[in-house]
Design a protein around this ligand. Structure first.
Ligand code: PEP
Length: 255
């Protein structure tokens, strides 16, 4: 891996309850205590953000949110603004996760608006991109991923790229136990980085972190992290076990 600090995110999705979420966060805080060379973020469900913040506050673990709305405030029943997230200590937000795209129908255009506002509100924005199995089998992986990338970044200036992390998550690998091979993942990551060169410049591309996501586990993490353009992982299922998540963080620290 290059000089980029690896970033490991734990996306808890719609899992845990208040007590188990706080306990999971507490075990993660303890487990990563001595890991200095890696950034760690947990993304609990909205109702538990404040409670988890009280656990991770003053630790190395950052607090993230799984989504936000693209307007600052107003009549958007059931939605959450970036300012509200900041208010409760959130520093990072996932935008365009495949479940938001494919289960909840979020479009590239909506995602671009969310990216824009998340950055303006001072959040680290993790822009998630990835192809479905059908798209992969049709040979459209790069066309899909790079279009999602370009549209997602369409309002992002050069200076704002410092607040962006890209998560490449092939949809067919999320929650399925199937992982892209390190070579397959590396090849898509390299294309993402070279597209960032085209959109911005080489310097910005070299500084942008690109996480891999899709059934990352302690036993496949080391091979993935040894790839030149893989700068950590966005972890779903394995982030619900403090032992597994911590082992993935330690693998990134050692990479
Ligand atoms: C995710 O939710 O972003 C994810 C990658 O899930 P899993 O690790 O369970 O595949």
């Amino acid at each position: 891996m290059t000089q980029r600090t690896p970033i490991i995110g734990g996306n808890w999705k719609m899992n845990t309850d208040l007590e188990s979420g706080m306990s999971l966060a507490s075990c993660v805080v303890d487990g990563v205590e001595n890991c200095d060379s890696c950034e760690v973020v947990v993304y609990p469900p909205f109702p538990f953000l404040q409670a988890v913040e009280s656990v991770v506050d003053a630790s190395k673990v950052h607090l993230g949110a799984q989504n936000m709305w693209h307007e600052e405030s107003g009549a958007f029943t059931g939605e959450i603004s970036g300012a509200m997230l900041k208010d409760v200590g959130v520093s990072s937000v996932l935008i365009g996760h495949s479940e938001r795209r494919h289960v909840l129908g979020e479009s590239d255009a909506l995602i671009a608006q969310k990216v824009d506002l998340g950055i303006k509100q001072g959040l680290q924005v993790v822009l998630c991109v990835g192809e479905t199995l059908k798209e992969r089998e049709a040979g459209d992986t790069l066309a899909v991923v790079l279009l999602q990338l370009k549209t997602g970044l369409s309002n992002v200036s050069r200076d704002q790229m410092a607040s962006i992390v890209i998560a490449y998550e092939p949809v067919w690998a999320i929650g399925t136990g199937k992982t892209a091979t390190p070579d397959d993942a590396q090849s898509v990551h390299a294309s993402i980085r070279s597209t960032i060169v085209d959109l911005y410049d080489d310097n910005i591309a070299q500084q942008t972190r690109i996480q891999y996501g899709g059934s990352v586990k302690p036993d496949n993490a080391t091979d993935l992290f040894s790839c030149e353009d893989i700068d950590g992982a966005l972890v779903g299922g394995a982030s619900l076990s403090a032992d597994s998540f911590t082992a993935i963080v330690l693998a990134a620290c050692d990479s």
